[in-house]
Design a protein around this ligand. Structure first.
Ligand code: COA
Length: 372
């Protein structure tokens, strides 16, 4: 058995930003248009009028202040409310591959590793741009990696499940280096016309390079252990799939985008995650006082504050549990990796930390690391 280390991470951040105020202005304009169009049905009591959204609500309920997106124009057009991302021809790189390559390049250069020395590329994300060929194989070819590649989807837990998958292969000796890449184009599966969730997501791509822990330059993070768990729930669901598409292509189906019962998710996922982390730490002999940092999934600030308090037995200081969701919103599987990538360089040798993601499935994944 070999030891495993994280030697580099990379983040691709889109250049376009939508603030809560811009988002709310667009949503309210859409709601007004819709209400005018449906005036008679509303007056007859057949449908309910759409109510306005509010920036104050969004900040208070989620902690989100803005989000990055690949296309702002389409999202903010009240007649459209969906990004303009024109379909790419088969001989062009796909969107996910393009942003994944950017993040992968940053992770490789942070580690000083050549793409040709990578044996495995996993593209782990909540939604895939197409069924096949795998996005991961396209990225493998674009960066010039060796070995093999495949896609996996565990929704918001895709990154940590990908890290465990890659780490297990490195441990067993079947590969030496792996890139786990999380291109999340959440703006294309969010229903921007739904007031309950229109503020939740943003776009980003992250990459994590894992290597056999042998002859490495100091500064990397040893992967002490990984742990994954799942429990079926319909409370976060997206019914988009090839059977539905074929039959209902022309229908405007709300369930073909992200759907959630936010309150239930809140109530059910919190105990699941807290218990998961506690038993992972106990199994590893890691105590709360041993942890210098928590890099949590970035969906909701109140949720993270609660989990941080449960894990540490006290309210974490901001530097102990850095949040990035105020700037990026929920970026699905990429959130905990953005936090790790942007808030880990200051840790000293011997400092331990925990990466944890959670979401649809339900799914929870945790990775305990130790600065070398
Ligand atoms: N603007 C203004 N008011 C809004 C609003 C908006 N955009 N969206 C909802 N509201 C209103 C509701 O109508 C409701 O009003 P009421 O009390 O008069 O009925 C009130 O605000 C509370 O709505 P609710 O949906 O219960 O809000 P919440 O406090 O539960 O927060 C979430 C909503 C989604 C932020 C929260 O439930 C959450 O974060 N859940 C977990 C999400 C998560 O982690 N998902 C995983 C995704 S990967």
């Amino acid at each position: 058995m070999h030891n495993v280390a994280i030697t580099g991470t990379g983040v691709f951040t889109p250049s376009q930003v939508i603030t809560n105020d811009e988002l709310v202005t667009a949503f309210n304009a859409y709601a007004d248009l819709w209400n005018t169009e449906n005036e008679a049905a509303i007056a007859a009591g057949e449908v309910e009028a759409k109510t306005h959204s509010s920036s104050d609500f969004i900040l208070a309920a989620s902690g989100i202040e803005r989000r990055y997106v690949l296309d702002k124009e389409g999202v903010l057009d009240p007649f459209r409310m969906f990004p303009y991302l024109a379909p790419r021809s088969d001989d062009q790189p796909g969107y996910m591959a393009e942003i994944g390559v950017d993040a992968a390049g940053k992770a490789l250069s942070a580690a000083g590793v050549e793409a040709a020395d990578v044996d495995l590329v996993i593209c782990a994300a909540s939604n895939m741009e197409r069924a096949y060929p795998a996005i991961a194989v396209e990225i493998q070819q674009l960066i010039g990696a060796g070995g093999f590649a495949f896609d996996m989807n565990v929704a918001c837990s895709s990154a940590t499940f990908g890290i465990q998958t890659a780490a297990d292969m490195i441990r067993s000796g079947s590969i030496r280096r792996a890139l786990v890449i999380n291109p999340e184009i959440c703006s294309a599966h969010l229903e921007w016309r739904d007031r309950d969730c229109h503020f939740i997501f943003g776009d980003v791509a992250t990459a994590t390079l894992l290597e056999r822990d042998e002859d490495l330059k100091p500064g990397h993070f040893k992967v002490l252990s990984t742990r994954c768990a799942t429990q079926f729930s319909n409370n976060i669901r997206n019914n988009n799939g090839y059977l539905r598409r074929t039959h209902d292509q022309m229908e405007d189906r709300r369930d073909m985008q992200f759907m959630q019962n936010g309150r239930k998710v809140f109530k059910e996922v919190l105990p699941l995650v807290s218990k998961h982390i506690a038993s992972h730490m106990q199994e590893e002999g890691v105590k709360a006082d041993d942890l210098r940092r928590l890099w949590l999934h970035q969906a909701n600030k109140t949720m993270n504050d609660y989990i941080g308090k449960k894990v540490l037995g006290r309210s974490p200081e901001p530097h102990e549990q850095p949040n990035i969701l105020q700037d990026y919103a929920n970026t699905s599987s990429a959130g905990s990796i953005i936090a790790f990538s942007q808030h880990s360089n200051d840790l000293s040798p011997g400092d331990k930390g925990l990466i944890c993601s959670f979401g649809a499935g339900y799914s929870v994944g945790s990775v305990i690391v130790d600065r070398a």
